[in-house]
Design a protein around this ligand. Structure first.
Ligand SMILES: O=C(O)CCC(=O)C(=O)O
Length: 309
């Protein structure tokens, strides 16, 4: 069977299987168990899939809440990288069955590189994660969002647009930001409204995800998603997002990059499971990184400190 192309200088697939033109042949040859095949087909069609992580994971949800509630009591609305100190967050973020499903759907080894814990709905504007975290080759990134409690409709559930992952990836310049050093203000003032317009033009429908405790909602890099408004003040919507990359890519932050000019704000991501760095590669070779990026990653590893925000 032909594979969906390979990167230069590497034996790795250059398009995730679920987004490749050879998907049907891949599924026919692989003879996956029904859950895996359903996962890949849902992902291909909608850019998202739901997975029950099981009773053991549900037990860990309570532990994850107990291990992170302190940050929220002190006023944080989100905590980045609680996995450094919370064994339950780390285990949920690296759940083996989820890693297996992602491996089969993408054709490369996945790794979680950061976690975010939330206590309430985020009310985030609709976006594609491909503006926050992207890769070369493109689209080797996904979000695994885990409900730590049942999500109710008034608690600002996740919002998403099935099928939007197939739209072209919008860069900062593509959104109309004309600078070689874009920043967060450009994201808010230009990317967010332009992105909303592009969804409107595509005529895709909006859905809300009322995810049950211990289930994961997995989104592809380019799926449009965000947080619905909270309808009842004070309602909780405890959740973890584990953002994943895949092996042997170049990793970067498009919001701070001039992608069209090839000026990328590179990343040196940690692997949440092993605690070690995943050095980015380009065309099969280790990429050169700015020294200050390496020093920052080294400091991050020494401190192993979650960031409440
Ligand atoms: O939890 C949410 O409301 C959205 C999270 C999100 O958009 C993200 O982590 O990329």
């Amino acid at each position: 069977m032909t594979r969906p192309g390979r990167g230069i200088g590497t034996d790795q697939v250059s398009t995730p299987w679920f987004e490749s033109a050879q998907l049907e042949a891949y599924l026919a040859q692989s003879a996956f168990d029904p859950e895996t095949e359903r996962f890949i087909r849902d992902f291909a069609r909608d850019g998202m899939a739901l997975v029950d992580l099981g009773d053991e994971a549900r037990g860990l949800c309570d532990q994850a809440v107990a291990e992170t509630d302190g940050y929220f009591l002190k006023g944080a609305s989100r905590v980045q990288d609680a996995w450094y100190r919370s064994p339950a967050v780390r285990r949920l973020a690296t759940w083996p069955r989820m890693s297996q499903l992602l491996y089969e759907a993408y054709g490369r080894e996945p790794f979680a590189f950061q976690t975010l814990n939330f206590r309430q709905g985020t009310q985030q504007p609709i976006h594609s994660d491909a503006i926050h975290f992207h890769s070369e080759p493109e689209r080797f990134m996904c979000g695994v969002w885990i409900a730590l409690e049942d999500v109710s409709a008034d608690a600002g559930p996740l919002v998403y647009y099935p099928g939007s992952h197939r739209l072209p990836v919008m860069t900062m310049r593509g959104a109309g930001v004309n600078t070689d050093q874009p920043g967060y203000d450009d994201y808010e003032s230009t990317y967010v409204p332009r992105y909303a317009e592009s969804l409107e033009r595509a005529g895709l429908s909006r859905r809300e995800a009322l995810v049950k405790k211990g289930w994961a909602f997995v989104w592809a890099a380019n799926l449009a998603h965000g947080g619905a408004p909270i309808q009842t003040a004070g309602t909780t919507r405890r959740s973890i997002v584990a953002h994943h990359y895949f092996a042997d890519c170049l990793y970067y932050t498009p919001m701070y990059s001039d992608v069209e000019a090839g000026r990328l704000r590179l990343r040196l991501p940690p692997d949440v499971r092993t605690g070690r760095w995943r050095w980015p590669t380009k065309n099969g070779r280790r990429a050169r990184l700015p020294a200050k990026l390496v020093v920052a990653a080294w400091l991050r590893d020494v401190l192993r400190r979650p960031t409440p925000m």
